[in-house]
Structures are given as C-alpha cells and as structure tokens.
Design a protein around this ligand. Structure first.
Ligand code: FES
Length: 175
C-alpha cells in the first residue's frame, strides 16, 4: 500500500516537472496568446517611448545655428568629384563639402534626413547617396530625388576666398 502511494506521488512529481521544463521541442517553443500580447505591448510601448524622446529632443533642444565663417580646407584638397567630411568646432554635426564637376563647391549636413545614415557624393552623377535605404539627393541643392528621405539635406553656404574654402549659415535667398 505504501508502495502504491509512493508510485502515485512520484508520478505526480514527474508530471509537474515535465510541465515546467517540457522536453518535447514543440511544447518548449509554444508561446501562449497572453505571453505574445504581453511581448507586443512591451515592444510597442518601447517604440512609442523612443519616438517620444526623439520628438521631445528635437522640440526642446533645437539644433544650434552656425554662426560666423568657418575655414574647412584649401581648394586643392578636394579634387573635382571629390568630397570631404568636416565638423564645425563646438558642434557635433557632421558636414560634407563636395566639389562638383561644374567647378562649384557645396556643403550639406552629412546625416540623411530619413534615419540619419551618413551620405556621400557619388562622383560623376550629381547625386548624394544614402546607402542605408537607397536615398538620393540632388547635389546642386540638396533636394530629394528618390527614396524615403522626407526633406532636403540642410545646406551651408560655401565661401571661396582665394584658395581657401569657408562655410557659413545659408543666406536667406538660398534657403
Ligand atoms: S537613412 Fe537614408 S534613406 Fe534611410
């Protein structure tokens, strides 16, 4: 009799154990509806919070404006069709100075207006390219030519003084 009670107890313990730690792969990977809904709610909440923080940062901490003229490099440092990244002292925004095939120099923020990937000038095409999601900007004015970017690239005005290249905030006419 005692033996029968022990067997029933052992069997019950085994069933509990196998429910907690299922050894059949199918049972181990099953996710209940409630758990799935919880996970969805957590992920959605995280995304909403992240988007809110980005929007709040853009609203409450607007980008600092470029003031004054800033030396970037000498003309000979950028061959025709070439580009050069630079940062203005006191700012952490990356910019791109390019030497177009028509001889003009242009400067833009190097961050794509879609999701901030780094853009580059594609030599001989007149296009600034974002490799992340195939975004294309017109290198002459920064406008969007194709892809998901929602806005043109913010531009700086390039000032040529002799052999030296400077940038400054864009004049009102060129904005
Ligand atoms: S980040 Fe540039 S196209 Fe998406």
């Amino acid at each position: 009799m005692n033996k029968d009670i022990k067997n029933i107890k052992d069997k019950n313990e085994e069933e509990t154990w196998s429910q907690d730690f299922p050894f059949h792969k199918q049972n181990a990977t099953l996710v209940g509806r409630r758990e799935f809904a919880k996970m969805l709610a957590l992920v959605s909440g995280g995304l909403a919070l992240g988007s809110g923080l980005v929007a709040a940062k853009a609203n409450f901490f607007p980008k600092e404006k470029v003031t004054g003229e800033h030396f970037v490099c000498n003309k000979k440092d950028i061959p025709v069709g070439g580009g050069r990244s630079f940062i203005i002292q006191g700012s952490d925004i990356p910019y791109l100075l390019i030497h177009l095939e028509d001889g003009s120099f242009k400067a833009y923020e190097q961050k794509c207006t879609h999701l901030s990937c780094s853009v580059y000038y594609k030599k001989g095409t007149g296009q600034i390219v974002c490799p992340c999601h195939n975004g294309y900007f017109n290198a002459s004015d920064g406008s969007v030519m194709a892809g998901p970017p929602p806005r043109k690239l913010p531009q700086l005005q390039v000032i040529v003084k002799g052999d030296k290249l400077f940038v400054t905030a864009p004049s009102i006419e060129s904005v």
